[in-house]
Design a protein around this ligand. Sequence first.
Ligand code: NAI
Length: 561
Amino acid sequence: MATTQPVLSNAPRGMDLLDRPILNKGTAFTEDERSRFGLHGLLPPHIEALNRQVVRAYEAYKRKDDDLERHIYLRSLQDTNEVLFYRLLLDHIVEMTPMVYTPVVAQACQQFSHIYRRPRGLFISYPLRDSISTLLRSRRNPEVDVIVVTDGERILGIGDQGAGGLGIPIGKLSLYTLVGGIRPERTLPIVLDVGTNNAERLNDPEYLGWRHERITGQEYFDFVDQFVQAVKQELPETCLQWEDFATPHARPILQRYRDELLTFNDDIQGTSAVALGAILSAIKVTGKNLKDQQIVMFGAGSAGIGVADGLRTALKEDGLSEQEARSHFWAIDRDGLLHSGRRDLSPEQSIYAQAQDRLSGWPRSAKGEIGLAEVIGKIDATVLIGLSTVGGAFLEPIVREMARKVQRPIIFPLSNPTDKSEAKADDLIRWTDGRALVATGSPFAPVSYGGRTIPIAQCNNVYIFPAMGLGVIASGARRVTDAMMQAAAEALALNSPALKDSSASLLPFLTDIRRVAAEIAVAVGIQAQKDGVAPGFAEHELRERVRQTQWTPAYSSIADP
Ligand code: NAI
């Protein structure tokens, strides 16, 4: 059953058993188990149920007085008793998710060498490049469903952390288990330690990574290839998720391997999918169709184009031709509106170039550019998305003009971190008299307006990647296609709380996220079948497989050695 610990026929005894975090029950070992496994004397005599252990663990957690200490406590618990760790997390999901993942995991990566306690996952260092298969075979558990791998170069907003970047795969895989229900012993965090260019780390006498500047160029890509080939050989059916690689590496790696194994890059694909899901849910809340929207994309870089591509696909699914779908976009980058008269656009941007004849007589700057204010002034924009990294770009007159022409303007300042957000959530609510549907990239507190408290949805990847992992495992998918990402975004939108209560958050509550993950996983599995990358199951069978795969922390009996 999916709700139990693994039953090992050669279960260890005594301290060896207590030292296995996935088998250890601590004070919950029964009288009978204590006798059979030689545990009497090693444990205090009173036997506790899991829920009592959770109360005690929560008390200990509460005694910690800063976030890093809370993180260290939770990580130690994870390395001691995984069932208890996940039960505690599930019971306090809103409070503890930020402690095991963002934002506190950033500190944990910076301080990795100083707070290091016990090994978890694998360090694959460049000097050991000729024995990667051997390193993979040293993993603690033989069966692996999901690997999260980083090279530590672009950790969250804090840059190069070298080997300390391993904190991210550890944290992220905790969410794969917490939300997606991927069994903890079937996850494997990995850091590709190719050195670091972070002088602070290199000069720190306690730094635990390989003390060398980063390997670059062909040597770097050859090393990544050695790693991928070893994974294909040792763990051919495992989902390999790339995490926090610098952009110049992330895209080529994804392009090179996405048709070769079951793999995706959450920074590229997951972030677009969650933003797309939130936009689609906001459109549903307005009661209008996607076809009715005039979409302004402010910032036509990798994220902006990714989100626009997803919306364009959805428009075509609604019956529009390619040309009709393109005409709904007004994309603005650093030199103004993209239009067919411009010769400086990349091929991806050219797709969103507006026909020049629609722009005759439009006001332009001295340089001939058409800016955001002009676009908003000329069209009836219904959706405004910021992925530009230009903090404060959504100025009050622009927002007021948009809100003058549309009842429920959809305005998403998605750039991170907070100081790069194109607007503050409370300003958007005030400038639109509480009518705007807002989601952001960075977290914003709920806004009080007109006697209401308006929650602000944060486009956080946690809505997508654990569900994607669950979906590919349960469906037996061999690849992650773009259409599977699109299906995840659309399923997320269908599960928006705002569809039932228009003043609720656009994205699901954390307390409901496991249920939503299962729904998304089913949608992903159905799409995988349509794309011919998963075996055919009827929907009810797929649903059952998702249910069986989604592990819930609970103790089970352990077989005799
Ligand atoms: P990027 O650098 O590829 O794209 C930024 C684009 O904005 C570039 O094309 C740039 O030329 C353009 N830009 C710069 N100044 C501008 C101006 N004054 N007016 C109009 N456009 C301007 O970066 P990427 O990866 O696309 O990320 C953009 C932002 O979006 C980042 O802050 C990132 O953290 C955030 N992001 C948020 C997501 C979410 O769901 N919350 C998802 C992905 C990215």
